[in-house]
Write a protein that binds this ligand. Sequence first.
Ligand SMILES: NC(=O)c1ccc[n+]([C@@H]2O[C@H](COP(=O)([O-])OP(=O)(O)OC[C@H]3O[C@@H](n4cnc5c(N)ncnc54)[C@H](O)[C@@H]3O)[C@@H](O)[C@H]2O)c1
Length: 369
Amino acid sequence: MNASGALPHLQPSRSRGIAAIGAGHMGIDHIATLANPAAAPRWHLLHVCDLSTGRLRLAREMAPHAALHTGDIDVLLADPAVEAITVNTPSAVRPGIVLRALAAGKHVLCEKPLAPAPAAARQLAEDIGCLLEKRSAAGQSPLLLTCNLFSRNIPWLRRAHDLIREGAIGQLAIIRTAHCTPKWKDPSRLTRPRPEGHTLHNCGMHYVDLIRWLSGSEFTDDATCRATRFWGGEYELHFMAQGRMANGCAWDLHNSFCYTSLARDPRNWSVVECIGTRGVISARHDFHDARFEVRGPALTLDETFSYESKQLSRYYDDFACALDTADLGRLPRIMDAVIASEFSQRLVDQALAGPVPNFGDASTFSLSS
Ligand SMILES: NC(=O)c1ccc[n+]([C@@H]2O[C@H](COP(=O)([O-])OP(=O)(O)OC[C@H]3O[C@@H](n4cnc5c(N)ncnc54)[C@H](O)[C@@H]3O)[C@@H](O)[C@H]2O)c1
């Protein structure tokens, strides 16, 4: 694959039936991808299920040929034409749905986090392990599962990963990453509960996973994390973490939804820099364009791509290939999602264990208007 993400392989063998559960903000992106034959040529979206009729109406516009269901997933689990289920509900109900889908003999793709808190994510991984072992003991066919840790879908990050492995920047020594966005603009959000936890858990787990994936190593116990609170809100925190991987690679991570939120011209700060003994790989994006740079002894690149959000087309394409080969390939394993959840939450807990300085309060919103 080149850095723009062109896939040179794939002669699609056949289209596979899939059902989507959850048609909310993220679920509808999955549905739009699966209902578009150009984006997901290996898939045929047969069913969509959501508790909300309003969300199903929206799904109907995107996937006019799919059967729609409010709540009853038994119908779609019983359909033998459905080979895989994509679970894009809130994480509170995800473990139960994932286990039911596997018990019905369906392959599973699911959104992150696996569960609202890491302990439940680990429990789910254990329950999945038991279920798959029983299937194997009963001589039933193996099932594949993955989780949408979306950094791994992004073509230029895949390229960075491969170039690091090929030695294009020598030995990787440092990873610096930031994902800070102007997400909160509304003071009512200051008191809104966040069922999937703090920014660094529900969003930052992607970047925790990215560091682990790029470094090819495991986190050590020496990580430290600081939080800075904005506007007095419980969840309005800028997290700064740093540490070292077992292979010695040092890392740092900034993650926040408060960044430039109240600026007249907000912008995001989304970057990853991989610093090696013989060069640097750098990727940044502004949600419109992505810039990918390599400065190595034998390779110089400076390329700009259109930023295509979560690149779900690639995710589904890879999963179809995984089913062809019975191998997840570079798709994340369930344990990758458990580790990302556990380590992110560990950083959050550490940051919140001590006093967290606060800057600004709810009146800051009116002062800025
Ligand atoms: N990978 C990513 O980059 C990414 C990005 C955004 C969100 N997410 C994750 O995706 C998940 C969904 O987020 P969202 O923003 O779409 O949430 P949402 O609240 O907008 O949508 C959830 C949908 O699930 C439906 N639902 C709830 N329980 C259900 C059930 N038992 N059966 C069927 N439908 C049910 C709801 O009616 C709702 O339409 C979250 O866990 C979130 O963290 C992942």
